[in-house]
Each structure stands twice: as C-alpha cells, then as structure tokens.
Design a protein around this ligand. Structure first.
Ligand code: MAN
Length: 454
C-alpha cells in the first residue's frame, strides 16, 4: 500500500513537471493560467489545457507549445536569470545542444548543461562597467580637448590676422620694389643709350677694333695707321706724333693682333688717354666695362633680385592664408572638439600595409615595398542623422586597377586615446577605418549604459 502511495506521488510530480509552462516570458504568463481550456494567443482556436506543451502542435501561431519543439516557427524564452533573457527557435528545445545559459532549453535531453548565466552576467557587467569607466574618462578628456579647441581656434584666427598683416606689408613693399625696379631699368636703358651714342663701335670685339685700325688689312698696325685712327681724348684735333704712336705700339713700328692686345688695346680699353677718332671715350665693345653702365646694370639686377624675393614671399604668405582659410571653413563639430585633429596624423600597420589617417586631409596606404597610395581625400562628415560626427568620408583616392576609385569611411568611436584601431577592406578598394578618440564620446551613450537590461 505504502509503495503504491509513493509511486502515485512520483507519477503526479512527473505529470506536473511535464505540464510546467516553460519557455514563456513573464509578460506572456497570463495566457497560460491553468484553466480547463487554452485559447491560442492569436485567438484562432480553443483547446483543452492538457494539450499545452504536450509535444503536439495545435495552434497555428505555435503558442500551445512554447516549451517543446513541436510547432514550426515557435519561440522558446530563455529567462537566463543573472544574464540577459532571450528567445531561441523552439526547434532547438531538447536537441542536445545547450542554447540558454540557464540550461532551461535542455530540460529533457541527455545534454549536461551547466547554468553559466551568473558567470556571463558577471563578465558582461564587468565589460559594461569598463565601458562606463572609459566613457567617463573619455568625456573628461573630451572636455579638455574642447577647451584646448577654443584656444586653438583663437590662435588660428590670430595667425590668420598676422598673415593678412604680413601680406598687406608685403604688398606695399612689392609696389615699392616694382617702382624701384622700373626706375633701375629705365636708368640702365638711359645709360646704355648714352654709351651707345658715344660708342659707335659698340659690341665690337678686340678683333674688330684691330681691324678698324688696320686700314690696309694686312694684319698689322703701323705707326701711320695709329696716327690716322687714334687721338688723345683730351685733344682730338691734334694728330699723334710718330713717337707717341711708337709708344702706343709698345716701342715698335708695327704690331700684330696679339701684340695689339698687350699694348694699344689696353690703353684704348682704359679709356683715360687715347681713343679711336670720331668716338667718345672708350670703344663701345668695352661698354660692359663702363663703370656707369656696369653700375646701372648692377642696380637693375639687384632690384630685379630684390623684387623676385618679395614676390616669392608675397606668394608664399598668400598660399598660407588661403590654406589657413580653407582649414577654418571646415566643420570641427558643435564645440570645435575635432579641431585638434587637424594637422595630426595617425598610423596603423595591418599585414603588409601601413595606413595613415591625417584627419581633414587624407588617408594613405603604404605597402611594404614603399609605394604610397591615396585612399581618399577629406570629403565630408557622413554619420547618422542623430550624430553626423560619427563618421568621416574620404573620397577620390587613387583609382583601383580594374575597379573603383579608392574611398575610405572612418568610423569614430569613443576611447580614452586617439588612435587608429583597425582598417578593413570589405570590398575592393573600399576601406573602413575604426578611429578611436575621446571626442567621439557621447553623454547619451552613458545614459543608455545605465539603463541597460543588466
Ligand atoms: C593594392 C592595395 C589593395 C587593393 C589592391 C587593388 O594592392 O591598394 O588594398 O585591394 O591594390 O588592386
């Protein structure tokens, strides 16, 4: 008798256990109150309550079998206490594989599932706490960078004003140098003309002067020829005496070209005692040795060099101004928190490539053999409508062989350091860069974290 009673109790407890409503969330519990009958949740059918979880699918929506694999498309709710609850397809119930961390999906199988929810929960909580700490630190750093950004912005504005002042001063200087150069050119011209009038033999060489003196063209200059063509500068009307002519011929009565160069030519070139009759001063072939012309030419060259220097400086300053103006037109975020990234570059080596991101400028890829390829130039912010500053697009990089032009999307994520975290190329020549920086930290993330399910 006692044995019978024990068996009845065991049988009853098994029945109760099999009828236990599994796989449903708290909010659905109200549909499964033990009554005589059960109404399928979609309202399509009424069945006796015994048919709930009897391993036979009665309802079209599968709601009568939340705890068995009987209904196709059914869902099993893992409560996963201590971790995160979630649904699995009910086909996975009792399939010998542990899907729920609380092992509730394998209540009637040979699988030996351990409840790992506590550990998973602890790990996830630690992760979330870590993220929260990162976020706190990131937000603190971001505030600092915003403050630095304000100073940097003022600095850049001041730099622009200074450059504009330098440009204005250079412009005045430039006008002055242009005027001076013009004047020097005019003077040079005038001096040359004056020289030209007096030096009918301009541009003649020592040979041509020799030929002028050598009237009979016998390759020699004689005393007579000297007397006929050469005169004293101070007294042109007076003809040279024979002695004077001999003296000019270096003591001889005639001379060839090489001797001429060493004697009479020197006197003519010095231009202080004798000259060729009918000309003024030294032979014009020696015009470049005329001190006035030389001085005028030197002045013109100097003014030209000075002008070029000022022109170069003016051009450089204007380029710097335009560069700075372009930089200042970029959108650096609502608090100019991204300004500090300008003029910085960050690198990451991924396999054989070294990637360099210079924010607001360009992204490049350098291979191990050393060729650098542009993966795109700064284009625009390309984040979500809620946070446009979450992504940057760099476009029109180097064309890809048999493919598109290289482009890069940079995703900004919150971190306590500013650094490249990863570079991927999900499709040919289209790159995705993960870039971490405190300025990407958003207070809203923190609220989400606090309100997480954990
Ligand atoms: C280079 C690199 C790669 C790219 C190929 C395309 O090797 O820029 O990233 O995929 O060219 O040919």
């Amino acid at each position: 008798m006692r044995r019978h009673i024990i068996m009845a109790v065991v049988f009853w407890s098994v029945c109760v256990d099999s009828r236990k409503i599994r796989g449903i969330s708290l909010s659905y519990k109200r549909f499964y109150r033990e009554r005589k009958s059960f109404l399928c949740i979609d309202g399509s059918k009424m069945i006796p309550f015994e048919q709930v979880n009897d391993d036979y699918c009665d309802c079209e929506d599968g709601s009568d079998e939340p705890g068995t694999a009987a209904c196709p498309g059914g869902r099993f709710y893992c409560s996963n206490l201590g971790f995160r609850p979630h649904y699995i397809p009910s086909s996975r119930v009792n399939d010998g594989i542990c899907d729920c961390c609380d092992a509730s999906d394998e209540y009637n199988s040979h699988a030996h599932c351990q409840n790992s929810c506590r550990n998973l929960g602890q790990r996830e909580r630690a992760d979330v706490e870590g993220q929260m700490r990162t976020l706190d630190e990131g937000l603190r750093l971001k505030q600092q960078l915003i403050e630095e950004g304000v100073l940097l912005w003022r600095e850049k504005q001041a730099q622009l004003r200074d450059l504009q002042q330098v440009a204005e001063d250079l412009q005045i200087k430039l006008e002055e140098h242009r005027r001076r150069k013009h004047e020097a050119d005019r003077l040079k011209e005038q001096t040359l003309k004056a020289g030209d009038r007096g030096h009918r033999h301009q541009n003649r060489t020592v040979t041509s002067i020799f030929q002028i003196l050598d009237s009979n063209k016998d390759g020699r200059i004689t005393v007579n020829e000297v007397q006929a063509k050469v005169a004293f500068i101070q007294d042109e009307e007076r003809s040279l005496s024979e002695d004077e002519a001999v003296a000019l011929l270096g003591g001889g009565h005639e001379m060839d070209l090489s001797m001429f160069q060493l004697t009479l030519w020197d006197s003519l070139r010095a231009g202080d005692s004798v000259k060729i009759k009918g000309t003024y001063g030294v032979p014009a072939s020696l015009a470049d040795e005329d001190p006035n012309i030389e001085a005028a030419e030197r002045d013109a060259v100097r003014e030209d060099t000075d002008l070029k220097k000022v022109e170069e400086a003016y051009e450089t300053v204007n380029m710097e101004i335009s560069d700075l103006r372009n930089k200042l037109t970029i959108d650096y975020g609502t608090d100019r928190e991204f300004l500090f990234l300008n003029s910085q570059c960050y690198q990451l080596k991924v396999y054989e490539y070294t990637y360099t991101l210079c924010p607001f400028n360009q992204v490049t890829q350098k291979s191990a053999v050393g060729t650098e390829v542009s993966l795109g130039k700064w284009g625009t912010w390309a984040g979500t409508p809620e946070n446009q500053y979450s992504r940057m697009r760099y476009e029109s990089g180097e064309p890809c062989w048999q493919g598109p032009t290289r482009n890069t999307m940079v995703t900004l994520t919150c971190g306590t350091e500013t650094a490249l975290r990863s570079v991927k190329e999900p499709s040919k020549c289209q790159y995705i860069v993960d870039f971490q920086t405190p300025v990407a930290c958003q207070p809203v993330l923190k609220q989400q974290g606090i309100h997480s399910e954990l």
